[in-house]
Design a protein around this ligand. Structure first.
Ligand code: GAP
Length: 515
């Protein structure tokens, strides 16, 4: 674990050093849990967004997109339940003065029991060798059983406390299981209180009677309030979906782990409107589709898992997370929720406007049910960076840091490098770059030794480096070097487009999702 934390620190430093992510307003010492994306980060982020957007609106003829405003009429948030129920239970340690989410402290406690169980099983697996039956061991070993019983007991109390919104019981669990503050090491806790996560501001001058408005905490409501507009103007037939990418804002109590939990972040959300009674079928279908989208990136299938929610949000009748194995454990990257007709019905009630759909096949009107897929751009970014960051020891005794990003998402697709800065090689390199730059994001680099230039490109994840030498001038061939294998190949200039195009095409990813 300590080793993983070390890697994570290095990753954060790497993101800054190579222009991926900077702390916001850093010259003023930054702003808590707010980050800026640099020149390479924004390219990677845009590629992630394009992968998601096209997977929704290109691959599904019944999914269309919108781009709603961040500011919305304040009644939106009353209707959505966010004014009353978008709270986190917080608790302070009186000695360190640090604030925590009570539910996160208890989840960490549960994870500790999971770790204990896994360690027992791993130890036994080593002791017994090939004949070891892990499932049987879990069922019969007294120590594992003891940990499991404790875990189940805490879990049951936790779920009940969450569902009953019983803040006193949440504190009692923390007290009973002697959870200590990681900073002060003490158990000196305040009571648990609810804290609303929405940011608010005022619109209009006070003289006119300013209106309190919120910065949207999710993009989904922009879709719900436009449901009728899109359905009518697009003549959409149920089932259909509306997709959107945009910023969301939450005043997170415990903002930590870099861009994992931010106060300003970006979501990619899709609301899929279905006939009531068919929602579980669509819930299952979207779970499968979304997992395929993640796995198609090739970061390792074992790094993903589903996690069903213990406590359902105020709008949901089923919910699951797609978790990714970050350097700090399995964490939520995407939520898939069956939101019933909660949002549309509520907007209907608060606005007084009918939001019904007339289903010509059933010859009846109803309020559609909704399946939502909601993924964070920043968490996806972090998962891709974490899985790609690699430190390698080379045969010649040197080491390199390489970002093994999926080629299709890499900020720069190829670097074009003249071997030397003279003899017409820069001109030839420019000529090659000019022929490729309309299709691929290219970078020209002529400074330092070729070795150093390769390392620079490795560090930002450029999948191809093309070197132009003296022979290139006569035979029109170049050396192409592949990032992951470091292998080099001599190829005719006119083959470059095909070689690179094949590897960076989103079409290949899309085929994996639809097959
Ligand atoms: N509309 C449903 C919704 O917003 P959510 O589970 O609260 O559901 C969806 O958020 C996704 O948004 C999460 O899976 C996560 O990727 C991202 N997200 C939520 N809060 C975030 C934060 N503070 N920082 C970064 N990403 C966040």
């Amino acid at each position: 674990m300590a080793q993983q934390e070390d890697v994570f620190k290095k990753l954060v430093a790497h993101c800054k050093e190579y222009g991926f992510v900077f702390p916001s307003s850093e010259i003023y010492d930054g702003l808590g849990a707010v980050y800026d994306y640099g020149q390479n980060g924004v390219e990677l982020k845009n590629n992630i967004k394009r992968y998601w957007w096209d997977s929704m609106v290109l691959l599904h003829e019944n999914v269309v997109g919108i781009d709603a405003a961040i500011f919305m009429h304040p009644t939106t948030w009353k209707a959505s339940g966010h004014v009353d129920a978008f709270n986190d239970p917080l608790i302070d340690n009186k000695d360190s003065k640090k604030r925590y989410r009570a539910d996160v402290l208890i989840e960490d406690l549960l994870a500790k029991y999971d770790d204990k169980i896994e360690k027992e099983v791993e130890k036994a697996a080593k002791r017994f060798g090939e004949s070891f039956d892990a499932a049987l061991y879990r069922q019969t070993n007294p120590r594992v059983q003891e940990h499991q019983a404790k875990r189940d007991e805490i879990h049951a109390r936790f779920v009940k406390a969450l569902n009953d919104s019983d803040l006193a019981e949440l504190k009692q669990i923390i007290v009973d299981y002697e959870v200590v503050c990681p900073i002060s090491g003490t158990k000196n806790w305040t009571d648990v209180r609810q804290f609303n996560l929405m940011f608010s501001t005022e619109m209009g001058s006070t003289a006119d009677g300013a209106m309190k408005i919120y910065l949207r905490p999710e993009t989904a409501q922009g879709i719900f309030v436009n449901y009728l507009n899109v359905q009518k103007t697009g003549r959409m037939k149920i089932p259909f979906g509306i997709a959107q990418i945009g910023k969301a804002f939450r005043n997170e109590i415990v903002a930590r782990q870099f861009i994992f939990r931010m106060r300003e972040f970006e979501q990619m959300e899709m609301q899929f409107f279905v006939r009531p009674g068919t929602e579980m079928e669509w819930f299952k279908k979207w779970k499968e589709t979304r997992l395929k989208w993640h796995k198609a990136l090739g970061l390792g299938d074992h790094k993903y898992r589903f996690h069903d929610h213990d406590k359902l949000a105020h709008y949901a009748n089923a919910a699951t997370d797609i978790e990714f194995e970050m350097p700090f454990g399995f964490k939520e990257v995407e939520g898939i929720h069956s939101r019933t007709d909660f949002d549309l019905s509520s907007h209907e009630k608060y606005s007084g406007k009918s939001i019904k759909y007339f289903d010509p096949e059933l010859n009846e009107s109803y309020t559609p049910y909704v399946i939502e897929t909601s993924i964070g751009v920043d968490r996806t970014f972090l998962s891709i960076m974490a899985a790609s960051y690699t430190e390698e020891q080379l045969e010649n005794g040197e080491s390199r840091v390489v970002l093994k990003l999926p080629a299709v998402l890499a900020p720069i697709k190829l670097a074009v490098m003249p071997l030397v800065k003279k003899d017409g090689l820069p001109e030839k390199a420019r000529e090659i770059m000019n022929s490729l730059k309309f299709d691929f994001k290219c970078q020209y680099d002529e400074k330092d030794s070729i070795g150093k230039r390769y390392r620079r490109q490795d560090a930002i994840g450029t999948p191809f480096c093309v070197t132009v030498d003296h022979d290139s001038l006569t035979d029109n061939t170049v050396t192409i070097r592949y990032r992951d294998t470091m292998q080099q190949e001599r190829v005719p200039v006119e083959k470059l487009h095909e070689i690179i195009g094949q590897k960076v095409s989103m079409k290949e990813l899309f085929k994996k999702i639809v097959e």
